[in-house]
Design a protein around this ligand. Structure first.
Ligand code: BG6
Length: 480
């Protein structure tokens, strides 16, 4: 007998900016991922640790490059035109839910427009109807790094308080239009990734602020207020809608059993992960965060009204992405918040992401014990260099191995008592990588024949893992 609930949502997750392409169609404005450049000489392992901050000069340079092929997210996998066939395949796979985002710049091309772009809404009307038509529960992310670029150049992204109301207005339009079809909403993708996805997630140019670290937390405060405001609006429109807070979980283990390593690793996990969910679920700034601001002389501007909003409009469920775990120590923690290392006891992917299924069980227990609210795995999976054979097959047993062990760990967590209601492996069909902008970092059950330089037929082929996941879903979790 499966430990998963009878109506467990087996799904798949993508983001608009990594698959839709059509970056200038349907009245869409330019958004942050459209200037995400592909480095053909990229250093794969360790890429995630590189600086992800943007300067005005670099942005200017990128905007001068005319060649779209250097910006793979501009074309994605052309999902904007192929979604009907792609979703048909997802239906054949048996998905019970499908997570995607609504690209803010399709609805408000400049972010601060007075009226939404009806053509953009029409696209999502049909996309959501297609998902629902195939019997899949839509899970919609409202901000998956898709900040309209105008909000960067004119307001310096989330640093400016006015962006709170622009985001709330965008959310309101989506809630009003889709509340009867979409129950689950993730307001901000991986709200905690301000060190590795700084520009993507905050839209801030670092040369425009005096104290970068402080400014990041100011942006985050604005995101917290925006999420609370959006939640308040959602409750008024339709209280059946469920609002999720999402983080990227990369929980750190202590390098040794030395009490200093254990404590400072815990502290690291507090500020890089739990801080965000504590605020959004418990409704207040935790003491350790206020102390962190004080110790660092950060002056984060927050009004009483902000704190009231944060308190009264908290999240209904917690979602997190899980790819890997990390290590930390007293020494590392005191050298810098992002100075963490790989675990020599674990195997890793080509991109250096350690493979740790038990870590998923650990995190599910950790968060559920802390919050006692429903949990969703919003992303999980193995990025790999797949090979398409002459017969158009892909033998991806490494992907099956990875997913099998993670699903088993998840099932154990459910037996431990965790209220888990959904699991969405990342990129059920291959899409452009978020961090490296490659096509060759593939996660899918469906191979999409597009290369890093944009060449390829665009054809879709089922990989061996397709049949395997199809059976997992049909049996409610039998991983064989
Ligand atoms: C998450 C993001 O961080 O990881 C996704 O929400 C992303 O957008 C995923 O694609 C995997 O990262 P990558 O770089 O392998 O695509």
């Amino acid at each position: 007998m499966s430990a998963f609930k009878e109506n467990f949502l087996w799904g798949g997750a993508v983001a608009a900016n990594q698959c839709e392409g059509a970056w200038k169609e349907g009245g869409k404005g330019i958004s942050v991922p459209d200037v995400d450049w592909h480095n053909p000489n990229l250093n794969r392992a360790g890429k995630r640790d590189e600086d992800s901050e943007m300067t005005s000069a670099r942005l200017e340079e990128l905007l001068q490059i005319q060649d779209d092929d250097q910006f793979p997210k501009r074309k994605g996998i052309d999902f904007y035109h192929t979604y009907k066939e792609d979703l048909k395949l997802m239906h054949e796979l048996g998905l019970k839910c499908f997570r995607t985002s609504i690209n803010w710049a399709r609805i408000f091309p400049n972010g601060d427009d007075a009226e939404p772009n009806e053509e953009g809404l029409k696209f999502y009307d049909d996309l959501i109807d297609t998902i629902v038509g195939y019997g899949m529960e839509p899970i919609i992310t409202l901000f998956h790094y898709e900040l309209p670029l105008n909000l960067v150049t004119k307001y310096n992204g989330w640093q400016d308080r006015r962006v709170i109301n622009f985001f709330t207005r965008f959310c309101k339009v989506c809630f009003e239009r889709y509340h009867s079809k979409v129950k689950y909403w993730i307001l901000i993708n991986q709200i905690n990734l301000i060190y590795v996805e700084a520009f993507n997630s905050l839209g801030m140019l670092c040369d425009k602020v005096e104290n970068l670290e402080e400014a990041k937390y100011q942006c985050i405060h604005h995101q917290f207020v925006a999420c609370s405001k959006a939640t308040a609006v959602a409750r008024e429109i339709d209280p059946n809608m469920q609002m999720g807070v999402m983080i990227s979980d990369h929980n750190c283990y202590a390098e040794t059993a030395k009490p200093e390593d254990v404590f400072y690793t815990y502290q690291k996990n507090q500020m890089s992960q739990m801080f965000y969910t504590d605020v959004r679920i418990r409704g207040e700034y935790p003491g350790y965060a206020l102390r962190f601001f004080k110790d660092n002389n950060f002056n984060i501007e927050m009004t009483d009204e902000d704190l009231e909003l944060i308190k009264n409009h908290t999240a209904d469920f917690m979602a997190f992405s899980y790819y890997y775990s990390r290590l930390n120590s007293y020494e590392k923690n005191n050298k810098g918040l992002n100075d963490i290392s790989k675990n020599p006891l674990l195997k890793a992917s080509i991109w250096g992401w350690s493979i740790d299924p038990l870590g998923l069980r650990n995190s599910l227990n950790l968060y559920y014990d802390r919050y006692l609210i429903p949990m969703m795995i919003a992303e999980n999976g193995l990025g790999a260099l797949d090979e398409l054979t002459e017969n158009n097959e892909v033998h991806d047993e490494y992907r099956v191995d990875y997913l099998r062990e993670h699903i088993k760990a998840m099932e154990e967590a459910v037996k431990d008592g965790v209220d888990l209601f959904a699991y969405c492996p990342w990129g059920p069909f291959d899409i452009v990588s978020c961090t490296t902008n490659e096509m060759s970092k593939r996660y899918g059950f469906v191979y999409v024949d597009i290369n890093d330089d944009g060449t390829g037929t665009g054809n879709r082929y089922k990989k061996d893992s397709f049949k395997w996941y199809q059976n997992v879903i049909a049996t409610n979790g039998d991983v064989l």
